[in-house]
Design a protein around this ligand. Structure first.
Ligand code: MLT
Length: 404
């Protein structure tokens, strides 16, 4: 008789954002007259930039003619896109990467879930807590996290590094030495960041412990402060210990279009084995590439017009962040983030639990947010709002919260 991967049975509930979607759907069904505003999942609302649309149309036309039609994309992604990434995202920040250190994909979510495959089940993983659930769930599916401890809302074999207001959302080095360290900066869900020095300390720590850092930089385009690194490779030695993941979802609105990339420098090795080669093998075997038209759209993000237009989108969302932050602060809420990231992390008032706050906000203000505890045990007592709504809905949501 066949057997299933019973690691899946250990997973508690459904994926966080699926649970929320179900709850909201049930509420809407029971209250069809209510207009619900979602500031929950970090999904963009602004249309794709004109430069991106133009590139898409052009690429679609190319696909209609035999001479310019494209079939399977090259394993690593089209060179035009990898070159645009190397030149614009890295060279401008003093980081030299080779084209074959960049792997184009359909997004950072897939990459961060799939990357676990190239590591042994014996590795001890460490995550900042609260954490983007994909890092933990994908390791749990691969049997790398031990058992789920319901009372602690945590996995037995995962090293949790609490990030709360008490430590200024900067994780301390854990007591137990990890092999794989997940860092997301600017952080989802807290919207906070690490300084360049703090990140350099993590790079030094990883080098010393022979650990690897999986660095999620999906929100780097939102950085507004000087002392926040845009790439982990701005830190000395990071090429020997870090994998970096990026996304076009948040910097250019590709959540429904799907495009991202992972950087694995050749200098990153386990003994004599380059991780770059392992990922290339995996990519070549299991992935047939992001579509040509989407890679052309990604290339357009780096054009002069694309840069200007996507920057305007980011300014738009960051104005929403300001509306949320200032609105909540004026009501006496303690808020974090929202300066270098499109997420505002707030402390729930009077010790109310994250899920109770979720229910209260949905019922009394018809506003959806994300309960902090859904991101890990240290998220309890916190709540996340996203700045990715429309400006009108964001202002309306804050007004409603003011009127509770
Ligand atoms: C979030 O809301 O945390 C993100 O939208 C999830 C994602 O990017 O996959």
């Amino acid at each position: 008789m066949f057997k299933i991967n019973d690691n899946y049975l250990k997973l508690p509930g459904s994926y966080l954002f699926s649970t929320i979607a179900k709850k909201v759907a049930a509420y809407k069904e029971a209250n069809p007259d209510k207009e619900v505003i979602s500031l929950g999942i970090g999904d963009v609302t602004q249309p794709l930039a004109p430069a991106v649309i133009e590139a898409l149309h052009k690429a679609v036309d190319e696909m209609s003619v035999a001479e310019t039609f494209r079939g399977y994309a090259p394993d690593l992604g089209y060179e035009f896109l990898r070159r645009a990434i190397v030149d614009n995202d890295y060279k401008t920040r003093g980081v030299d990467l080779a084209l074959d250190e960049i792997f184009i994909s359909d997004g950072a979510k897939s990459d961060s879930g799939n990357i676990v495959e190239i590591f042994s089940t014996d590795n001890k993983i460490a995550v900042t807590d609260p954490v983007y659930p994909v890092y933990i769930d994908s390791n749990a599916m691969a049997g790398k996290t031990g058992e789920y401890l319901q009372d602690k809302q945590a996995w037995s074999d995962v090293v949790y590094m609490p990030c709360t207001a008490e430590n200024n959302f900067t994780p301390d080095f854990p007591e137990q030495t990890p092999d794989i360290i997940y860092i997301c900066c600017p952080n989802n869900p807290t919207g906070t960041t690490l300084t360049k020095d703090a990140l350099q300390n993590w790079v030094n720590y990883a080098l010393e412990k022979k650990a690897v850092i999986i660095y999620d930089a999906a929100y780097e385009a939102y950085i507004s402060e000087e002392d926040v690194p845009h790439s982990i490779y701005e830190c000395d030695g990071a090429k020997e210990c870090a994998i970096e993941m990026r996304s076009f979802s948040k910097n250019a609105g590709f959540t429904g279009t799907r495009l991202g990339f992972t950087v694995i420098p050749k200098a990153l090795k386990c003994g004599d084995v380059e991780l770059n080669g392992l990922w290339a093998r995996r990519h070549g075997t299991k992935f047939n590439g992001a579509p040509y038209i989407i890679q052309r759209a990604g290339e357009a993000v780096y054009s002069a017009a694309g840069k200007e237009q996507t920057k305007a989108q980011i300014t738009y969302y960051m104005n929403n962040a300001k509306t949320i932050r200032e609105g909540l602060n004026s009501l006496g809420y303690k808020t974090y983030g929202g300066v270098n990231a499109p997420y505002i992390w707030l402390k729930t008032p009077d010790g109310v639990s994250s899920w109770d706050f979720f229910d209260m906000l949905l019922e009394k203000a018809n506003v959806v947010g994300t309960p902090g505890s859904g991101f890990g045990p240290s998220g309890e007592g916190y709540f996340r709002l996203t700045a990715f709504g429309s400006a009108e809905n964001t202002a309306k949501a804050i007004d409603r919260i003011k009127n509770i």
